[in-house]
Structure formats: C-alpha cells, structure tokens
Design a protein around this ligand. Sequence first.
Ligand code: FES
Length: 251
Amino acid sequence: MADFTPDRVLFVFSQPYLSRRRERLLADGLCRLSPLPARCIRLEGTGVSLPQALDIAVAEGARAILVQPVGLPFSESLSSWLPGALAHWQASAPPELQLRLGNDLALAPTLLGTVAAEAIGDCAQARPIEGVRPSLGPRGWSDPGTAEEHLFVCTGQRCHFREAPRLRALLQDELRRAGLLERCQVTESSCLGPCNLGPLVARYPDGSWYRLESLADVKELVATVLVRRDAASRLRVHRMVRAISAAETAG
Ligand code: FES
C-alpha cells in the first residue's frame, strides 16, 4: 500500500437523536484536539454532507484526506457502505488526491480503557434517580394531532450523502407558505430502504414516495401533490402496493 500522510481529517459520525448543542460539543472537542486540520461531519440530519466537506477540503488545498469514523461502536452497515460512497466521490476528484477511510476505533483497547476509567473516575457526579418523578414522557406526547396526511422526510445517511440535509426545512417553509402546516405533518425518518432512489419523502395515507433533489422539486411537490392533490407527479418514484389496489378498487 502506498505511503499515506494525511494533511486533513474528516471525522464522521452517525447519531440520529443528537441535539445541535451536543453535536457542536463533539465537533469542537474533536477538532480542537486533532493534531491535523479537521472537520466533523454528521452523516444524517442537517448540515454539511460528506461530499460537500470533501469538496471544501480539496478547495482549501488538502491533498491527502483521512475520513475517520467516530462511534462507540460505529455502524457496521455504514462501515461497509462508506468505501464505495467515497470511491464514488473520488471518481470526480483531482487525480493526485489521496483518500483513506480510517479503522473503526470502537474496539481500540486504549479508547475503551479510557471510557471505562473516566466513567468510574467520574461516578461521584453521576445523576441520582431518587426523587425524580416517574414518567415516560410529557402529556403532549399522547396527542397524535389533527393532520390529514403525514410526510416522512428521510434524513438517513445515504440520502444525506445525496445532499438531502435541508429537505425538512425547505418542505416546512413551502408548507407554511401554502398554508398547509396544519394539514400535513412532517416527520424526519431514518432510512426508508431504497436509498438509491433518494433523497426520499414518503407521503401517507396515499402511500406515494417522492424523490426531491432540489428546492424546485420541493416547490413542485407542494404545488402539485399537496395543493392540487395530483399524487401522480413526475417526482413519484414508488407507490405502496396496497395503496395502488385500494385506488383501483375505488376507481
Ligand atoms: S437513507 Fe434515505 S432511503 Fe436510505
């Protein structure tokens, strides 16, 4: 294997339920402690996607980039998908650029030892549970709301790689503009399955799935599918089988 001396590190992690604040703390900590110029990329949700971060690194002059998974443990499925996705990006990168995917550090004995030692060393600060009111969630979590339809915006890692990160915000803006926020509930979802069709939005109860690649697509979905109720838009890439037979029976 050719020598590899990285001049840039991209730390990548996947944490679907991480708050913005915790994300920033993790990113700041890793970048501050990194001996090389570094950036932290979350592989889902909102924010800079991995291809965008790679493009930025190249534009800033990076010539050898280490993409380092961070997670305890890092997802096995992402570990096996990332090499192909990185090769896909590299096919259009400058030919002299070196790119490597670091090992999963989850089983590194020194890291595990540090976690175990820190946990025990810090246990005096552990939060007591005595005195906490028993609860599985606030009262609002019992209310399903009054929406007529439900849009699931995939924010999974592979749709994120295809630059879907802003879909949820764009969709919500367009729904607000069209006065449809009450009627259409929008929920972020993890991977819906057919990632190659992404970035995906699934609409229920209609059972139609749409591919939205741009702001223009989002506007078109809202105008044609949600306002004019024309579900069979050119953006539709799939429809659930039961939804099709129900429509045929009704028709
Ligand atoms: S990540 Fe969106 S469908 Fe798999």
